[in-house]
Design a protein around this ligand. Structure first.
Ligand code: ADP
Ligand code: MG
Length: 364
């Protein structure tokens, strides 16, 4: 049994006992509660465990603090809601307690909280063999306006904010030894990796991977590390889509496009077809990895943690969408179909089933 099956089971076990004031419970990015006749309260929690969800030696505490808040803010944005309040519980080993870890962690956390005017309202601190973080964020939306995963309709157009694949490429670079703020051997290793993969695939050398200068590669590496370590939640887009009722359904991309799109389709009882040529691949991923080595398309489809918003729009509303919000653009990447459970990808005249190969903690 994987974790998604278990969550489904939990949901069935609890469905008969839910309070009438729970507008939407288990199964969406955040739970929605009727707070007053005109306001709904939206709450999400996310767990970050050392060595599972992050590598402590590669993650400056300040960025970990930022990410802990960012991932939960992203779930609130995915409901079309405005983040307002937060709680943070943290378990720390003695060494992290005694050093600068906690101060740096909270400086990153509070800087992001300030940016979105989110107020820290409580939490808990405990000693732990490893760093463990539980991050809760609550927000508000007009009553009935939260954008659920379960309300996509056939014919809706599928959109995504920003670019894809950067965070997964950043994780691969960390695994290769790249570190934030350092020029390291990873540039050479990346080129070697690319050359080795090409040799295996019988492909030509990747244009740009070796011809480019050191600075450009180092900039690309640093930028990808930041996509992984310091995700930027799409708060502005979430609020616009919620306030103006522009999206019919929405989810944030935490597990990876192929898995998150499937969650949305399963919840909505629809299918989808994605156009591979329309996917907004991260420019640095294309530059560093090349099409055939660390395949940018695979990273965009199955790599997780981009924390972009994936949303669907009724065709009549597409022309009402703003071109950009807070400098972030959107791309139309496909369409919702009336074939439940069938998620496909198309490239020119070929289409094939898109397996959900994003992140999962436990497999069958
Ligand atoms: P997300 O990636 O958006 O944070 P998850 O995949 O973590 O969402 O969770 C999917 C859904 O399952 C959410 O609605 C979440 O609240 C619910 N869920 C996850 N774990 C549990 C749990 N232990 N008990 C109850 N609900 C859970
Ligand atoms: Mg989510």
């Amino acid at each position: 049994m994987n974790e998604f099956d278990f969550i489904r089971q939990l949901r069935e076990q609890t469905s008969r006992k839910t309070s009438p004031r729970i507008v939407s419970g288990i199964g969406d990015d955040a739970a929605v509660f009727r707070q007053s006749p005109d306001r709904d309260l939206v709450i999400s929690t996310d767990l970050l465990i050392e060595s599972i969800d992050f590598h402590r030696e590669a993650t400056p505490p300040q960025l970990l603090g930022h990410k802990a808040l960012a991932v939960s803010i992203s779930d609130i944005a995915a409901m079309g809601a405005r983040p307002l309040w937060a709680l943070i519980s943290i378990g720390l080993p003695q060494s992290a307690w005694a050093g600068n870890f906690k101060d740096e962690f909270f400086s990153g956390y509070l800087a992001l909280a300030d940016r979105y005017r989110v107020s820290l309202a409580g939490g808990d601190i405990s000693k732990s063999p490893q760093v463990v973080i539980d991050s809760i964020v609550a927000g508000e939306v007009k009553a009935g306006r939260a954008i659920l995963r379960s309300t996509a309709r056939p014919g809706d157009q599928v959109f995504v904010t920003g670019t894809l694949g950067g965070a997964a490429a950043g994780l691969k670079l960390i695994e290769l030894g790249a570190r934030i703020g350092e020029t390291s051997d990873v540039r050479r290793q990346t080129s070697d990796d690319v050359r080795e993969s090409n040799a295996r695939l019988g492909a030509d050398s990747v244009p740009g991977a070796e011809a480019s200068g050191l600075t450009t590669d180092d900039d690309a590496i640093q930028s990808l590390l930041l996509r992984q370590l310091a995700p930027q939640p799409r708060v502005g887009w979430g609020i616009v889509l919620g306030d103006e009722r522009l999206a019919t359904s929405m989810i944030d991309l935490s597990d990876g496009l192929s898995s998150d799109l499937r969650h949305l389709c399963d919840e909505s009882n629809v299918g989808a077809i994605i156009d591979a040529t329309q996917l907004p691949l991260d420019e640095h991923v294309k530059h560093l990895c090349g099409r055939r080595a660390l395949d940018p398309l695979a990273l965009a489809l199955h790599g997780g943690e981009d924390f972009e918003l994936l949303f669907t729009v009724n065709p009549d509303c597409v022309s009402d969408l703003p071109k950009r919000v807070d400098g972030v653009t959107i791309s139309r990447i496909g369409e919702i179909t009336d074939q439940p459970g069938i998620v496909q990808i198309r490239e020119q005249n070929h289409s094939w089933d898109l397996p959900a190969k994003g992140f999962q903690h436990f497999s069958d």
